[in-house]
Design a protein around this ligand. Sequence first.
Ligand SMILES: [Mg+2]
Length: 234
Amino acid sequence: MSGEQEGEQDSAQDGARGGARRRLRGVIFDLDGVLVHTDELHFQAWSATADRLGIPFTRADNDRLRGVSRAESLDIVLSLGGAEVSETEKEVLADEKNQLYRRLLETMTPDDVSPEVRAALGTLRAMGLRLAIGSSSRNAKVILDKVGLRGLFDAVSDGENITRSKPDPEVFLRAADFLALSPGECAVVEDAHAGVDAALAGGFACFGIGAAATHPDVTWRIDGLAEVPARVAG
Ligand SMILES: [Mg+2]
């Protein structure tokens, strides 16, 4: 059994190397946790919502909401206070949180993108790579505009054009479509395990950064985006 698994892993790695050899033509980036970090803004918005309900809410609690949908996040926040509210009230609360979060997004500036991220994107573009965003967020375009990255991307695939969230590969498959490239011609950059699962399910090679670097099947583990251009060049 273990022999079979090892065999599969070997062929997956060979496949990734083969992908690099036939030259990648596009890179698809997850947004939050890869290019920008909106954790603190989500924390502020959920804190305000929890405060109003008299529910204590900490940064550790906020960590449990990473990569979780808004509705599921609200259920977790409510469970922290043992609060029970109707479905209608839940919709109102989730909407209020999102309104506040969107107002906080308006305060983002180009300073919210690190020089390393900006340099890596510039290098990839100079290499002739097509770049896309693959994010489940419905706020992706607002964020890209606020931090001044929108113009660096040829396409944005986000929560507005998908029906299934990661780990479903839909958001990345749409991004590749928008770039007029096949999954085999693109690499994905992800910081979440569900995102790596989505990329691999779609037939993409995948860079894992942050928490995603511990994913057992990720194609390349990286510490920062500065490593991406060299890998893509093969
Ligand atoms: Mg992410």
